[in-house]
Structure formats: structure tokens, C-alpha cells
Design a protein. Structure first.
Length: 242
């Protein structure tokens, strides 16, 4: 279902669309409503390649560098864990084919009612007016959300996406809980350990023994959840991202 259409808050001009998918078979997250933040007029791979994805990802370093290389399908050096050719591309294609119905603003809450919700399965939720998320979450059972952005950041619902120890410390100093990515190489070598007293290893991660799922844990719900910040070893085909 389409729960929002409007201009990105990150650049103020680019049309985007937010699509909520009813459920997921992701073994790590569990069965959550998934939300895709997509450009309205440019398909995801092309948006990445030409740099138009700034409107939905902002200055996240995992976007990579725009390129004109005819042999590349996405940005050069892209390290985001989201594989664009899978979920984002399929959802965008279905959207452009008219397969999703628009939900009237007053009924957005119904989409998340009685469900667990993942904000930004692809795309940074800070690109979307926060009142949309508050409506979606108003009758939900809980959520997870992450953002790399300083603008339009709501610490009550977002985790601060951290790419370094200094990012995690800065988030803590600002009263924010963070979700920090540790590279596989640094984790295995012991060069990048958890920050004592500030972080715990993601309980749903392989390294933590997959003791739970996101819907059972729900620690990644910003200041709305008590507890330490979270760190995770880089995952996905690129070995990066959050």
C-alpha cells in the first residue's frame, strides 16, 4: 500500500513514495511490516548510479560515488547492505505497474495496527515527514528505525546510524541511542571491540548466536526503548551498511 507521496525532506524537491509491504520472511527481523522509501520517477538502480538517491539516503557514506561507467548498474563503491536488484527494484516495478493502492492519510494507522513495523527497509526514514511515521506506529506493537541524517532526526523513534566509535560517542553525548556497524575484518581481528558500558552486540546477529529476532527484541526503537546502544558486525553481500 502507498502510505505517502510528496517531496523528500532531504533535498526539498524530489518526489518520493513510501510503500508499506504487509509482511516479511526475513529470519532476522521476523514478520514485520516493511516500508520502502523510493524515488517516484527513477528506479532504484539508476537512482544509485547517477546519485539521485541522495533524496532518499542523504549523505550516508554507504551510497557510493555516482558514475557514468556503462558497465556498472549502481554507484561505484556502494557498500549499503540493501541489494537494490531484489526488494527495492521489485517493489518499484510493482508500484509503477499500479499494483499498490493509496491509503488515505486518516487510515495510515491501520496499516501498522497490531503489527511490528520496520521503518526504512530501504531509504532513510528522515526523508519522510515524521508525522507519517507517528501515524503508522500509533497502534503498532513496536518498531525498528535507523537514520544517518542530522536533519529531521527524531531521537524518539530513530536509532542513530553510526559508522565509527566516534559516531557512537557523539550520539550518546546528544542523548541518542546508536546502531553501530563494525567491519568483519576489524571484529575478527579484535581491533574494534564493543564500547564498554555503552553498547551490546545485536542479539539477533549471527555473532550473538541469533538469540532472538527484531520483533522479540525491539531495542532498535530509538529513545523509546530503554537500554544500551547496539552494535552489529557488517552483513549483507557488500559487507557494509546498517
Amino acid at each position: 500500500m502507498i502510505i505517502y507521496k510528496g517531496n523528500s525532506l532531504l533535498d526539498g524537491v524530489t518526489p518520493l513514495v513510501v510503500i508499506a509491504i504487509a509482511g516479511s520472511k526475513n529470519s532476522k527481523t521476523g514478520d514485520m511490516v516493511q516500508t520502502y522509501i523510493l524515488l517516484d520517477e527513477i528506479e532504484p538502480l539508476t537512482a544509485s548510479k547517477i546519485g539521485a538517491d541522495y533524496a532518499i539516503c542523504g549523505d550516508c557514506r554507504h551510497r557510493g560515488t555516482p558514475t557514468q561507467d556503462s558497465e556498472r548498474k549502481t554507484a561505484k563503491g556502494r557498500t549499503c547492505y540493501v541489494t537494490l536488484a531484489h526488494g527495492p527494484k521489485a517493489v518499484y516495478k510493482a508500484y509503477r505497474s499500479g499494483n499498490y493502492k493509496r491509503v488515505v492519510p486518516a487510515d495510515v494507522w491501520k496499516v501498522g495496527a497490531g503489527r511490528f513495523v520496520r521503518l526504512g527497509t530501504y531509504g532513510d526514514p528522515a526523508a519522510v515527514p515524521v508525522h507519517i511515521w507517528h501515524k503508522l506506529l500509533s497502534a503498532s506493537l513496536g518498531h525498528t528505525a535507523y537514520s544517518h541524517q542530522d536533519k529531521h532526526f527524531d531521537a524518539d523513534i530513530y536509532m542513530r546510524s553510526a559508522d565509527s566509535r566516534s559516531d557512537a560517542y557523539a550520539a550518546a553525548a546528544a542523548g541518542q541511542r546508536s546502531y553501530r556497524v563494525i567491519s568483519q575484518r576489524d571484529y575478527k581481528s579484535g581491533r574494534d571491540a564493543l564500547i564498554d558500558g555503552l553498547e551490546i552486540l545485536c542479539p539477533a546477529s549471527v555473532e550473538a548466536g541469533r538469540r532472538t529476532t527484531c520483533i522479540e527484541c525491539l531495542l532498535c526503537s530509538g529513545a523509546g526503548s530503554a537500554g544500551k546502544s547496539i552494535a552489529i558486525v557488517a552483513h549483507g553481500s557488500s559487507g557494509g551498511g546498517v
